[in-house]
Design a protein around this ligand. Structure first.
Ligand code: NI
Length: 158
């Protein structure tokens, strides 16, 4: 495993649409391993392949530290409700912004063996699904923030 460099906002790779994965390869398995290591090292709860410069539809998520998920070619098939809360991104370190997302989301994807999987997520997990899947289409959460991007410890400084 190896740490990969996280691309930061302004890098053109973060604005591109990613391609579907057609077959799993040893190279892509290594990419997924590296994405987990990079996510955990940077204390993130999700990471999308374009954030490490790879334009493929691959996402890793772990909201609890003990529930790692690999999503290949993920699609949101159902969503309901609404939640509004702060969101951050490893591609915009030290910043947060308030974003409204669905409260509950269903995602269909392929796992590391290219078998179909289906996940339901609420609260933080629903937010993570939406945030990471947006990356695959070249979108950042900052596009959805209505009241400004803040420093992470803004509240403490008030
Ligand atoms: Ni992000």
């Amino acid at each position: 495993m190896a740490l990969r460099t996280v691309r930061v906002q302004g890098d053109p790779v973060l604005g591109k649409r990613c391609r579907e994965v057609r077959e799993m390869t040893p190279r892509l398995r290594e990419l997924v391993e590296d994405m987990f290591e990079t996510m955990y090292t940077n204390q993130g709860v999700g990471l999308a392949a374009p954030q490490v410069g790879i334009l493929k539809r691959i996402v890793v998520i772990d909201c609890t530290g003990e529930d790692p998920m690999v999503l290949i070619n993920p699609v949101i098939t159902e969503q309901s409700g609404e939640q509004t809360g702060d969101e951050g991104c490893l591609s915009l370190p030290g910043k947060v912004g308030t974003v409204t997302r669905p409260q509950k989301v269903t995602v269909e994807a392929l796992d590391l063996d290219m078998n179909p999987v289906r996940y339901e997520g609420e609260d933080l997990l629903a937010r993570a699904f939406c945030h990471e899947l947006d990356h695959l289409d070249g979108h950042m959460y900052t596009e959805l923030v209505k009241d400004g991007i803040r420093d992470v410890n803004y509240e403490e400084e008030e």
